[in-house]
Design a binder for this molecule. Sequence first.
Ligand code: ADP
Ligand code: ADP
Length: 219
Amino acid sequence: MSLVLTDVTLTYPDGGTRLTALDRVTLHVPKGTVTAVLGPSGSGKSSLLAVAATLVTPDAGTVTVDGVETTGLSRRALAELRRRRIGIVFQQPNLLPSLTAAEQLRVLSRRDGRALELLDAVGLADQADRRPHQLSGGQRQRVNIARALMDDPTVLLVDEPTSALDHERGAAVVDLIIGLTRRLGTATVLVTHDPVHLKDVDRVVEVHDGRLRDTTVPG
Ligand code: ADP
Ligand code: ADP
C-alpha cells in the first residue's frame, strides 16, 4: 500500500471556533491504482490532497507514504520525502514560458533520457522542443503531468486536471493518467468535481462536509 490516510482530521481557525475540513478520513491507495475523489466545492477535496501531499499536517490521524509514517518527520525529512516520493499536478500547469517541453522536465532533474521517455509516454515526443505558447491547453497539461513523474514518485496527486479542457480532451487526460498509473505503478489520487470520465478508475470516493464515502459513477 503506497498511500494510507488513517483517521485524518483537519481543522482551520474560523472566527472564535474551528472549521472541520476533514473529519476522520481513512483512505488506502494501492500501487498501480487510481482513486478519484469527487465532491462539491468546499467539501474538503483540496484539503485531502494537501494532507496527502504532506504539505499540511493534520490535527489528528496519520499519513503513510511507502510505509513511512510522515506525521512525526522533521520539515527537512518531509521535504526530502516529497521530492522523492510524491508527484503533484496542480490545476494550472504553471510552466515556465521560456523553456521548451523537454527543458521543463530537465530543470527538475538532469535525466535527459527520462525527460524524453516521459514526453513520449504522454504523447508529446514530437513536441519536446516547443515552448508553452506553442502547445495547446491539453498538451500543456500533459507536460505538467510528465514533469510530476520525473523523480519516479510512488504517489501521484492530481488536482482537477480537466477543468480547463473540453469534454473530449478532459477524457483523454484522465485516460492518460490511468495508463501512466498502471504502467509506472503509482498510487494515484485524482481530485475532480466532474464525475464523467471516471468509468475506468479503480475507485471513486466522495467527500461531503469533510467526510469520505464510497460511491459509484453514474453511467
Ligand atoms: P474543496 O477543495 O472541496 O473546495 P477545501 O478543502 O478547499 O474544499 O475546503 C474545505 C473547507 O475548509 C471549506 O469550508 C473551506 O472554506 C475551508 N478552508 C479551506 N482552506 C482553508 C484555510 N486555509 N483557512 C480556513 N478555511 C479553509
Ligand atoms: P489537444 O487535443 O492536445 O488540446 P489541440 O487540438 O488543441 O490539442 O491542438 C492540435 C494541434 O495544434 C497540436 O498538434 C498542437 O501542437 C497544435 N497547436 C495548438 N496550439 C498551438 C499553438 N498556439 N501554436 C502552434 N501549434 C499549436
